[in-house]
Design a protein around this ligand. Structure first.
Ligand code: CAO
Length: 559
């Protein structure tokens, strides 16, 4: 006959611990050892498993509740009376007792932690109830002075994350593990030179909040993953390990973000790399909502689901977290937020840089004659500023007509090209607030003087912050001219969904061989970056040569 039993909080080391997640609801059928709730202390995150298979009749806690050993988590109607003893009948000591250490994993002998000849002591992994648990974070480095109970590293099993504290104060002499290593009970973590006599020659104590199995039976999975013996060691007369607060915002770059096993599992299910998710929980801990929010944001910003439910962002890049450095440690600093334009253009540039396979083709145009003509034109039109850029716009339009592949956009699937029959040219304009790219429409229908006038207008509008979204949309191809500043070449970033961009550097007088002798010629450096998915190298070289020829022969340009 089925009966209803209480699922109780096991020995969690004494202090009240908040419930951070409830994984079941009334009516759910749970298997033995299936996680019911996640608790999180300063030292550990632990999932409390069902002590037997059955159906949830009532959930007695909610997220945020603080629970202690013996608190009732849920009422579970067991599948069969034989499954487990009713909780009420279970002797308290048994219900709350830590899981016995697995027979194959005896507690480390204190002798193993004895001081070596040079005064250092080995710090070993305590009984973590199982084997091969990955190190996900190392919180100290060689040379650090650590206090007793200060966390040295974090281990994470399927069911729990646990910090391993220093068993005594001292100086870290050597680290014996690195992030990613799998460790078992008794593995040496570090060599620490103990400070004074107070240091006991004992293995590292397990975290105070180490989970033990719920209620009467000691479920095997938890036993295998939880740092159960913590209670035993602290109960043996010594003081409980004080909680050491952890601030995920100060983790080292190579360290792994802080999230509970349940949240990590949730992230894995969605194909989310937790290192990309910003945690909003205590100490920067990543919560389920943070992962969900990240996915929402990623989808809204154009990421697409790929096979297996993973989200492909930036082509599925799996990058290291951004380094977090306290620069003030090295000298005086000042913090300055990025402008709105910088934030917007930065996000676009980063995406384009990451997703487009860029190649830059460099060439030179002989603009000696063009320059003479430009000067003449400027003298005749003193109300206008006729810069080399207007000629470049004309030359680009001619090249786009000749090579339609450059006047195109690749669709989101990467399988279809849209060829444009219009010629709207984006011009990168440097403003005090950052880079903007207004667009000159129908550049093919405009003469040099019209272009000069319009270029003057949009540059002014950009610098006066008067550009509208419409002024900056619809571009087919962009030109980024640094010619007024200097430089010999650069690698501009394609302005997606365009497929190419022309970078222009400062024209310089150079000796050029004319077949008989070196003659002084004004050479204009061209840097053509293109999306290699759409444009082959040979085509790009032809485009650049064509451009250079257009600029080199004023008659062609005026055709
Ligand atoms: N070689 C030599 N001189 C050049 C030149 C070149 N390639 N291009 C321009 N010049 C000269 C101009 O003739 C002008 O000389 P005068 O003052 O003697 O007439 C001077 O340099 C300044 O030109 P300008 O920059 O005012 O005008 P422009 O038409 O060349 O460019 C604009 C206009 C808006 C594109 C430019 O001001 C600008 O903002 N450029 C920066 C773009 C940018 O930041 N790109 C980087 C993108 S990636 O971060």
């Amino acid at each position: 006959m089925a009966d209803v039993k209480e699922a109780l909080v096991p020995d969690i080391g004494g202090n009240a611990v908040p419930v951070i997640e409830i994984m079941v609801k009334v009516g759910d059928r749970v298997e033995k050892d299936q996680s019911l709730v996640t608790l999180e202390s300063d030292k550990a995150t632990m999932e409390v498993p069902a002590p037997f298979a059955g159906t949830i009749k009532e959930v007695k806690v909610k997220v945020g509740d603080e629970v202690n050993e013996g608190s009732v988590i849920a009422l579970v109607e067991a599948d069969g009376a034989a499954e487990a003893k009713p909780a009420a009948e279970a002797p308290k000591a048994e219900a709350a007792a830590p899981a016995p250490a697995p027979a194959a994993a005896p507690a480390p002998a204190p002798a193993k932690a004895a001081a070596s000849a040079d005064g250092t002591k080995e710090v070993r992994v305590p009984d973590i109830g199982g084997s091969a648990v990955p190190v996900i974070e190392i919180m100290v480095k060689v040379g650090d002075t650590v206090a007793k109970d200060q966390s040295l590293l974090t281990l994470e099993s399927d069911k729990a994350t646990m910090e391993i504290p220093a068993p005594f104060a001292g100086v870290v002499k050597e680290l014996k593990v690195k992030v990613g290593d799998e460790v078992s009970q008794d593995a040496v973590i570090a060599l620490i030179e103990a400070e004074g006599e107070a240091a006991p020659a004992a293995p590292a104590a397990a975290p105070a909040a180490a989970p033990a199995p719920a209620v009467s039976e000691a479920p095997k999975r938890v036993e295998a993953a939880a740092p159960a013996p913590a209670r035993a060691s602290t109960d043996a007369g010594g003081p409980r390990t004080p909680p050491v607060s952890f601030d995920a915002s100060v983790v080292m770059p190579e360290q792994v973000p802080y999230a509970s096993p349940a949240v990590r599992a949730f992230a894995r299910e969605l194909g989310v790399d937790v290192s990309q998710v910003k945690g909003t929980g205590r100490g920067g801990r990543i919560q389920r909502d943070d992962v969900a929010g990240w996915v929402k944001h990623a989808l809204a910003s154009g990421a697409r689901p790929v096979e297996g439910g993973a989200i492909a962002v930036g082509g599925g890049l799996n990058l290291l977290p951004w380094p977090k450095v306290d620069f003030s440690k090295f000298g005086e600093i000042e913090e300055k937020p990025l402008s709105r334009i910088q934030k917007i253009s930065g996000a676009n540039l980063a995406r384009n840089w990451a997703m487009i396979p860029h190649v830059t083709q460099h060439d030179e145009a002989d603009i000696t004659e063009l320059e003479a003509f430009r000067k003449k034109l400027g003298e005749e039109n003193k109300d206008l500023k006729v810069t080399p850029l207007v000629f470049q716009i004309k030359a680009v339009v001619a090249a786009l007509k000749k090579f339609p592949q450059f006047n195109a956009s690749l669709d989101v699937t990467g399988e279809k090209l849209t060829l444009k029959k219009y010629f709207h040219i984006g011009i990168a304009v440097d403003t005090p607030d950052g880079l903007v790219v207004p667009v000159i429409r129908d550049a093919d229908k405009k003469g040099l003087l019209d272009l000069a006038a319009e270029l003057g207008e949009i540059s002014k509008k950009a610098r006066d912050k008067k550009l509208t979204a419409n002024d900056m949309s619809g571009g087919c191809f962009s030109i980024s001219s640094l010619g007024g500043i200097g430089g010999t070449a650069f690698t501009p970033i394609v302005n997606a969904p365009e497929v190419a961009i022309l970078g222009v550097s400062k024209a310089q007088m150079k000796p050029v061989w004319n077949g008989k002798e070196f003659a002084p010629r004004l050479m204009l450096p061209l840097s053509l970056s293109y999306d290699h998915r759409v444009i082959d190298g040979a085509l790009a070289a032809r485009f650049a040569v064509f451009l250079a020829n257009q600029l080199g022969d004023i008659r062609r340009l005026l055709l």
